[in-house]
Design a protein around this ligand. Structure first.
Ligand code: ADP
Ligand code: MG
Length: 480
């Protein structure tokens, strides 16, 4: 049977405000339990929420970056339910009138085609506290530090058709919120998490199938895997004559399966109503324009500019612009070096990213600064060192610090370009390998590579390879 998967994502992004959405308590991650919960976050009677302006600004930034309409008037609503990590008995969210709605985002698929995913809405809400099960035998601990942390919940249209598309969309949103500086996007700390709505239908069918919602996925890989196994499960159920129950499920990465968590509640189970403690949120054009003026260059625009301005292939440009600090690093190198931007891209994507990955560091923590990488490229460019020696210099810079000039000097790595010195090296090699020389002279010219290698080895990698080639060829082709 030919089935089609239909996916819509709800992404919860914690906003990078210093204080909470309705109280002055800090949002800093990692403090001892319950040290950052104010009376408002604890749901004490008689206290009143006060809206954090910065959270509103950040939500609007997201809306502007995704072509959403910014609601001039939006409403905070109470979503009522009981849970130990929600002491008020309701979560303040937005329901009928969210702050931003009706936008879109382009994703690039593996084959290079671009697909547009609709963004239904992004609404402001507060995070709940956290239940801690691990440290308490037979008991549950409650940490309310997270209660009241501002979130935007970004709801997509059911526009994705494969786990890979969902992964690409989630990555794109992640890149975007970090570009905008509205979230640190830290998935380990729960700043960026996703619920995946999944259904299947027979190809060609118009109506959507019944969906399930997989809660709280906190890695790109888990999102893709969870959707894949959930779709397989649904197809199995339908093919054996069963039907899908609309419910909330959890993904278990250890067993790579989804399990039911609870039956899906309907909106009316929550008894949403406008929060009487909060006035309607009114945003005027002046504020929107003020915020628009602060938007940075966005990932798509930057990628296209990198391709145009630096003549980079799409692949290089995509990776370099995937994180704003990486793009900044690359541009700093390009500005400071005489080498071609493509050479700079190769080094950033190759040696530098390799070293970062190996040591688990972010670009901001790189042990080789953009100025030194630029200096290194210049030394390759002006022939002081070969590309191969440059890798050795890079490694030394990474491990021991210092400058390019210092490393080249102290290790005696300057490339040998002196003709006489190279001729002397060639002489030794020609004497040492008479058999290979004979082979060359009798027409087996492919042996040249071996001899070049020997000369390079004799120079401990420092001879200019092009010159070695020339000198060796001249020597072998001469009649003696
Ligand atoms: P709810 O109010 O129950 O959360 P919504 O209608 O707001 O439901 O949709 C939530 C998410 O589910 C959205 O991202 C939407 O795109 C997605 N969705 C809705 N219907 C389907 C479906 N049949 N299959 C897959 N995803 C769906
Ligand atoms: Mg929902």
């Amino acid at each position: 049977m030919d089935w089609e998967i239909v996916i819509g994502l709800e992404i919860h992004t914690q906003l990078a405000t210093r204080s909470k959405i309705f109280s002055g308590a800090s949002t800093e991650y990692g403090a001892p339990p319950n040290t950052q919960a104010s009376l408002v976050d604890l749901g004490y009677p008689g206290v009143l929420p006060v809206l954090n302006r910065e959270a509103v600004v950040m939500a609007i930034k997201f809306g502007l970056a995704t072509g959403c309409t910014i609601a001039r008037r939006s409403i905070f609503a109470r979503k009522n339910y009981f849970y130990p990590d929600l002491p008020k008995g309701y979560q303040i969210s937005q329901y009928e009138l969210p702050i931003v709605y009706g936008g879109k985002l382009d994703i690039v698929l593996d084959d290079g085609t671009v697909k547009t995913i609709g963004i239904t809405r992004a609404h402001l809400e507060e995070d709940a506290g956290k239940s801690l099960h691990e440290d308490f035998h037979g008991l549950t601990g409650i940490d309310l530090n997270r209660a009241g942390t501002p979130l935007i919940e970004i709801v997509s249209e059911p526009d994705m058709r494969s786990p890979a598309e969902a992964g690409a969309y989630m990555r794109k949103i992640h890149t975007l919120v970090r570009y905008l500086g509205i979230s640190d996007g830290n998935m380990q700390e729960g700043s960026f998490r996703c619920d995946a709505n999944v259904s299947v239908r027979r190809r060609g069918e118009k109506a959507f199938g019944t969906r399930t919602e997989i809660k709280n996925l906190n890695s790109f890989r888990f999102v893709e895997k969870a959707i894949e196994v959930e779709a397989e499960r649904q197809i199995d159920v339908l093919e054996s004559g069963g039907r899908i129950v609309q419910e909330t499920r959890l993904y278990d990465p250890d067993r790579n399966e989804t399990r039911p968590m609870r039956t899906k509640e309907e909106a009316n189970d929550y008894r949403y109503f406008p929060d009487p403690d909060l006035l309607p949120l009114v945003v005027d054009d002046a504020l929107i324009e003020e915020i628009r003026a602060t938007l940075p260059e966005l990932p798509d625009a930057k990628r296209e500019r990198f391709m145009r301005e630096y003549d980079l292939p799409a692949y290089d440009a995509s990776i370099l612009t995937g994180q704003r600090p990486l793009a900044d690093y690359f541009e700093a190198v390009v500005k400071a070096t005489k080498a071609r931007p493509k050479a700079a891209a190769n080094w950033v994507l190759g040696e530098l990213m390799g070293a970062l990955n190996k040591s688990g560091l972010e670009i901001g923590e790189s042990k080789v600064g953009a100025d030194q990488l630029a200096a290194l490229l210049d030394r390759i460019e002006d022939g002081t060192i070969s590309g191969k020696i440059a890798k050795e210099v890079f490694e030394a810079l990474w491990n021991e610090g210092g400058t390019v000039a210092e490393v080249i000097e102290s290790r005696g790595l300057v490339q040998i370009t002196d003709r006489a010195a190279i001729e002397a090296l060639v002489d030794t090699v020609v004497d040492a390998f008479p058999e290979q020389v004979q082979q060359y002279k009798s027409g087996k010219t492919q042996v040249l590579g071996f001899l070049v290698g020997q000369v390079m080895k004799a120079s401990r990698g420092k001879a200019n390879p092009q010159q070695v080639n020339e000198v060796l060829r001249a020597r072998l082709d001469s009649s003696d």
